[in-house]
Design a protein around this ligand. Structure first.
Ligand code: FES
Length: 115
């Protein structure tokens, strides 16, 4: 069972689990500010579930590839949409500041309320 580390927490999940669902079921703060309420619920269109991932996940989906080319995202930033990723191994996941998670620096896990 892979382990996902996020905001100072570790969560185990089945191989192939959807990363967004793993984080939300663990009540971890995947979304920042208004995106907690205003997000596309995993359809890959809003871009607010963007995270940096270290570890093995599924390849970019077509919808993710398109969304990550649209502002405020930049393909070169290397972020991924948690809702489009299947967990394929142990991961370290980092959420950055801002509604779309594109800000300077990671979210402080101590300052982030659980969703
Ligand atoms: S939840 Fe909207 S893009 Fe992932």
């Amino acid at each position: 069972m892979p382990t996902v580390r996020f905001a100072g927490h570790s969560v185990e999940c089945p191989l192939g689990a959807n990363l967004r669902m793993v984080l939300l079921r663990a009540r971890l703060p995947l979304y920042n500010s208004v995106a907690r309420a205003l997000n596309c619920r995993g359809f890959g269109t809003c871009g607010t579930c963007a995270v940096r991932i270290e570890g093995k996940v599924s390849d970019l989906t077509t919808v993710e590839r398109v969304r990550m080319q649209l502002p405020p995202h930049e393909r070169e930033a290397g972020l991924r949409l948690a809702c489009q990723c299947q967990v394929l191994g142990d991961l370290v996941v980092t959420k950055y500041l801002g509604v779309w998670g594109t800000g300077e620096g990671p979210v402080d896990p101590k300052a982030s309320p659980k969703r």
